[in-house]
Design a protein around this ligand. Structure first.
Ligand SMILES: CC(=O)N[C@H]1[C@@H](OP(=O)(O)OP(=O)(O)OC[C@H]2O[C@@H](n3ccc(=O)[nH]c3=O)[C@H](O)[C@@H]2O)O[C@H](CO)[C@@H](O)[C@@H]1O[C@H](C)C(=O)N[C@@H](C)C(=O)N[C@@H](CCC(=O)O)C(=O)O
Ligand SMILES: Nc1ncnc2c1ncn2[C@@H]1O[C@H](COP(=O)(O)OP(=O)(O)OP(=O)(O)O)[C@@H](O)[C@H]1O
Length: 453
């Protein structure tokens, strides 16, 4: 075993070895292996131990733990893309296999595209168990675990839930100081769940493992669902907007969605699965699903409470390596998009104060904004809004005296705007609310008016 060497091309099998949870310490171990190689152990630590669970909740926690084991395996599976997947120690039914196949195939869409791999029909989970019986309700108490990511979206949800009097615990995974600061600034109860990837993954990356993006929101969702069962609460709330369901259109390939697990297809499949296979009264939904990115930006503009704390720039969230010195790098697609999306709704001085400079008055940033507009390039592989949202925001700024002289806007008005149809550039239709969501009906009744204005 000690002389086992990672060689992605020689690996035949990816194994889900076992998963275990210690209710005394709150630590879950998720164990994987390639062929007969060393065990790779990811740990997830839920604060609040010891957990004292009745028999029904113990069983539900075990079901949620297995689901987490199976979804979190995507980080390791991707390293070798082995031809065979094996699950040791327990069996899954056809519904579970179908959910996992869709999460792995779509969630690894960008990974496959960038690595020139074709995963269609190649990811097969063995479905050896008989179909599961519907699971019972656990009598979970009405309380929301709300995911916070340090950016604008979750803060919009948190403030909306606060305004509606929904009891919530602001919850995040991992050790980000930026998220911790935002969470503290909400003044609400907080929960920080620990997560450590198996350390060998980083060695394998250096040894030539396949590498690339994984559906991290699916993993975070499974962690939060597990925590909700342990804590006995009935809602897991994310802040994924409608725009996340639309990927980048790649000529010759089709749609590739970096943020697939933030989209509606994942939310509806995962939410339904939790209720049929984990606990009938566990609700998973995104509070912002009816909203476009622009509509979320409009909501965010309503409070300046988080201006000095939040950041949407993903460069803050690397596990390894140095953290950026500024909360906003100012050159990545997310910085570009969030600046553009907020500009129609925020006083210019406030926005420039948040990001530290005016990204729309920097000619060097033109190619970055062009990609957002899908002008001569595809939408970037990051969590940015639809091309039509970027074009509408830019067209609006081109009419505003305070923005229209800025370099990127001036060049848009001169070179791109004349080629565009005026109709789809109207902002108002893009702010309309959608009906496709899983928000509990009574809550949505109260929220609708708030989000419509
Ligand atoms: C911070 C970031 O954007 N990371 C992406 C980056 O990874 P990089 O190698 O530069 O740094 P690390 O994040 O530190 O990752 C180190 C290695 O570990 C692998 N890994 C990480 C987390 C995990 O859960 N599983 C893993 O296997 C990772 O692949 C590295 O090898 O580039 C990677 C390749 O494109 C991305 O996968 C990294 O993205 C992170 C998983 C991440 O947390 N990204 C979020 C900030 C993010 O993209 N959020 C999206 C939601 C997308 C979704 O749900 O699919 C958003 O902003 O909305
Ligand atoms: N470390 C984390 N722990 C828990 N949830 C997270 C974490 N990072 C992101 N999320 C959640 O995942 C979803 C997608 O993240 P995303 O980055 O789009 O949202 P955000 O950080 O709230 O806003 P922004 O789009 O401005 O960055 C959100 O619901 C967010 O709360």
């Amino acid at each position: 075993m000690t002389d086992w060497i990672f060689n992605r091309d020689a690996i035949r099998t990816f194994r889900f070895v076992r998963c275990a949870f210690d209710a005394q310490t709150g630590v879950a171990h998720l164990v994987y292996a390639f062929d007969d190689g060393p065990e790779l152990t990811e740990t997830v630590t839920v604060p609040g131990a010891p957990f004292v669970l009745d028999a029904a909740r113990t069983e539900a926690a075990q079901r949620a733990l297995r689901l987490l084991h199976l979804i979190a395996g995507v980080s390791y599976y991707k390293a070798a893309v082995a031809g065979e997947i094996r699950i040791d120690g327990y069996a899954i039914d056809a519904d579970t296999a179908a959910l996992l196949e869709t999460v792995y195939r779509n969630g690894l869409g960008e990974f496959a595209y960038r690595n020139g791999l074709d995963l269609r029909g190649k990811i097969r989970f063995p479905a050896d168990a008989a179909p599961s019986q519907p699971v019972p309700a656990l009598g979970l108490r009405a309380h929301a675990l709300v995911a916070i990511g340090g950016g604008k979206d979750s803060l919009v949800s948190i403030e909306a839930l606060r305004a509606e009097g929904v009891e919530q615990t602001v919850t995040w995974i991992g050790g980000s100081q930026l998220i911790a600061a935002c969470a503290a600034h909400t003044g609400l109860p907080t929960l920080n769940i620990g997560r450590q990837l198996a350390p060998q993954l980083f060695d394998y990356n250096r040894q030539g493992a396949w590498n690339g993006h994984i559906p991290v929101t699916a993993v975070n969702s499974a962690i939060m669902a597990f925590a909700a069962v342990l804590l006995g609460v009935d809602q897991v709330v994310f802040s994924n907007e409608r725009s996340a369901s639309y990927g980048s259109q790649i000529p010759g390939t089709g749609e590739v969605n970096h943020q697939w697990s933030k989209g509606w297809a994942f939310e509806s499949a995962f939410g339904d699965y939790l209720q049929s296979h984990v606990a009938a009264d566990l609700h998973y939904y995104s509070l912002l699903r009816p909203l476009s990115e622009l509509a979320v930006a409009r909501q965010f503009a309503r409070t300046d409470r988080y201006d000095a704390h939040f950041s949407s720039c993903n460069r803050n969230f690397h596990i390894l390596g140095e953290r950026p010195t500024s909360r906003w790098c100012g050159v990545c697609p997310k910085c570009h998009f969030v600046f553009l999306a907020l500009a129609p709704f925020l006083p210019k001085l406030r926005l420039v104060g948040i990001v530290g400079r005016n990204l729309l008055d920097d000619p060097a940033q033109v190619p970055g904004f062009d990609a957002l507009l899908e002008y001569g390039d595809h939408k970037p592989f990051e969590c940015v809004g639809e091309g039509r949202e970027s074009r509408a925001a830019m067209a609006l700024l081109a009419q505003r005296p305070d923005w229209r002289e800025d370099a990127v806007i001036r060049r848009f008005a001169r070179q791109i705007l004349p080629q565009l149809d005026a109709g789809p550039l109207a902002l108002e239709p893009l702010l309309a609310l959608d009906d496709e969501h899983r928000i509990p009906a009574a809550l949505w009744e109260r929220l609708r008016a708030r989000f419509a204005a």
